[in-house]
Design a protein around this ligand. Structure first.
Ligand code: AP5
Length: 215
């Protein structure tokens, strides 16, 4: 099964993708994570992407589609994939169709996380991750069980994303509204879109997403 998780910054795409990895042995392909690794490693892609990401704008379609193609090539055809943060433009949606078709894959579901954009600023600015294993947390909605210690790996260092400040988030929202939301009708026409209430608590969203995949 191949699915897309779609929604604005902070909608919970990464959170729900991680649940699906745990629950169904699917693989999460997050272009945001791939680009952040490239920036960290200082690869040519990372060097190109850094300033664009810091400004809250979209990295070029060619770069992200190439990252997805390379990642798909490393997987067996029967491994289920969650596309998290891709596609984000009409050109990327077209590329994804091609990338899937040439690898004997098809798309079963597009899940749109429906959220109140005003609440997202709080979600994003409160987000942090374990510097060691990458486990995600939130100042209010998901704190480590023991203060200052990662639940997963006992790490004690945490980090915040440089693009998680209010000004950049506003730009990211604008990019979503202008370039990503308009691709939904492409999938609506194929009758594969389900809207899930992304404002519910994480466990309820997880249960709703599971229902969609089991339908
Ligand atoms: P990317 O990393 O994809 O960021 P994003 O789309 O802005 O999404 P986020 O990771 O911010 O949010 P999320 O929906 O995953 O929410 P999360 O689960 O973390 O992209 C970053 C940048 O890379 C882009 O701006 C662009 O420059 C570039 N890029 C990436 N892909 C690209 C592409 N395809 N084309 C071009 N450029 C691209 O949740 C957020 C917080 O809320 C967390 O703390 C979480 O704990 C909490 N939370 C989650 N769900 C709930 C809930 N139900 N209730 C309460 N809190 C919740």
């Amino acid at each position: 099964m191949n699915i897309i998780l779609l929604g604005p910054p902070g909608a919970g795409k990464g959170t729900q993708a991680q649940f699906l990895v745990e629950d169904r042995n699917m693989v999460q392909l997050s272009t945001g994570d791939m680009l952040r690794s490239a920036v960290k490693e200082g690869t040519p892609v990372g060097l190109k992407a850094k300033a664009v990401m810091d400004a809250g704008q979209l990295v070029s379609d060619e770069i992200v589609s190439a990252l997805i193609g390379d990642a798909l090539d490393k997987l067996d055809t029967d491994t289920g994939v969650i596309f998290d943060g891709y596609p984000r433009t009409a050109a990327q949606a077209e590329s994804l169709d091609e990338l899937l078709a040439t690898r004997n894959r098809s798309l079963q579901h597009v899940i749109e996380l429906d959220v109140d954009v005003d609440a997202l600023i709080e979600r994003i600015t409160g987000r942090f991750t374990c510097a060691n294993c990458g486990e995600g947390y939130h100042d209010t909605f998901k704190t480590p069980a023991k203060d200052g210690v990662c639940d997963k790996c006992d790490g004690t260092e945490f980090k915040r994303r440089p693009d998680d400040n209010a000004e950049t988030v506003r730009k990211r929202m604008e990019e979503y509204r202008g370039k990503t939301a308009p691709i939904l009708p492409i999938y609506d026409k194929r009758n594969i879109v389900t809207r899930v209430d992304g404002m519910a608590d994480m466990a309820s969203v997880r249960a709703e997403v599971a229902k969609v995949l089991d339908s």
